[in-house]
Design a protein around this ligand. Sequence first.
Ligand SMILES: [Zn+2]
Length: 94
Amino acid sequence: MNRKQRRAKDRKIKKSKAKTTEMEQKLGLFDLMPNECMVCHAAFDKTNKEMVQTWNVVVREQEKSVKVYCPRCWGEAIKILKEVGAIHDEGQTK
Ligand SMILES: [Zn+2]
């Protein structure tokens, strides 16, 4: 192996290491994800793609907290928020 090849190899290792750290950070949050709805405690399967897409996941990175709400409870919460005027009924819930 000549010097140039070795350097290229070093660079590759550094790059993959950076990627791992990023992944680990995301996995950390993934681990924090509860496996039930915060409100009704319905089972939440975070490995289920469909569930992940339909349930509402609220991530607060600073607090390192992740909360999940099933679609039904989320709908209820939105309804209540609208009733108290916390959000306006203009389809800006997302
Ligand atoms: Zn629920």
